[in-house]
Design a binder for this molecule. Structure first.
Ligand SMILES: O=C(O)CCC(=O)C(=O)O
Length: 256
């Protein structure tokens, strides 16, 4: 988000254009460092690790989930974020976020975390026990945005999420011919996510309180943590108003 728009807390037109071109926009100071501290204190307790003792950090990733306490709800519902949702998704077209979903908390480790593959987050058919059969369709049924909430300072050394810039467009083109039922994660993986491997890659870095608002088709991946500071990040969807059957965003592709 451009600094000249921070005071009004509304995305500048160039931010909205960047979202459509690149598939994401970074919102600085989306929530306060104090809320991040409070949330991290709750999460540290549940990791079973000691924040001050790296010897207690025995796994490369600990996944915690579905926190609804006040620091999480407040962080997800700041005026800056609500205004950004209105600009990107449309007023009255999204639901306030009440749970921040899964936190993959990443610890410095030489072990492979086993969950660092490229993917798109699926949005329906999630009752299927095999997540590779979960689906997305051209209208992004059930998901308006993917959001990355940084609850700790994340530098390039701290396992930031990797993003394939502009990959949402290739996925939209692929989905445009796939009908209402869309495609499964397995089908997308079989074509290397619409051949997006050669696209430029950026990392979701920033101080605690930064949020990346991403197009739901954005191809992204975790990475092993080779640095020093455990990374706390949540990755909830922004849900469309109208429930799981509602379309998340207008169709993006000009094909099909
Ligand atoms: O941990 C990360 O950086 C990303 C994780 C992710 O994309 C996922 O679990 O779906």
């Amino acid at each position: 988000m451009r600094s000249d728009t921070c005071s009004s807390r509304v995305l500048h037109i160039s931010d909205v254009e960047a979202f459509h071109e690149q598939g994401f926009v970074r919102i600085d100071d989306a929530f306060s460092p104090d809320l991040a501290d409070q949330a991290r204190a709750i999460l540290w307790r549940d990791t079973g690790c000691d924040a001050h003792d790296p010897l207690s950090w025995t796994q490369p990733v600990v996944r915690l989930g579905h926190y609804v306490q006040e620091p999480f709800r407040l962080a997800a519902n700041t005026p800056a974020l609500h205004q950004a949702f209105d600009r990107l998704v449309g007023p009255g077209r999204w639901e306030p976020t009440m749970s921040l979903g899964t936190f993959p908390i990443r610890f410095p480790s030489s072990e492979d975390p086993g969950d660092a593959g490229w993917h798109v987050d699926m949005s329906f058919g999630t009752g299927n026990p095999d997540f590779m059969d979960w689906r997305i369709n051209r209208f992004s049924r059930g998901r308006a945005l993917l959001m990355l909430f940084l609850f700790s300072d994340v530098t390039d050394d701290d396992a930031p999420t990797r993003i394939r810039v502009g990959s949402h467009r290739a996925i939209a083109d692929l989905l445009s011919t796939a009908g209402e039922q869309g495609l499964t994660l397995r089908e997308l993986a079989a074509v290397d996510f619409a051949g997006t491997a050669a696209l430029p890659e950026v990392h979701a870095t920033g101080p605690a309180g930064t949020v990346y608002l991403c197009h739901p088709f954005l191809v992204h991946a975790a990475q092993p943590h080779r640095g020093r500071n455990p990374r706390f990040m949540a990755q909830p969807p922004l849900l469309p108003r109208g429930g799981s059957e509602a379309n998340g965003l207008p169709e993006l592709s000009t094909k099909g």
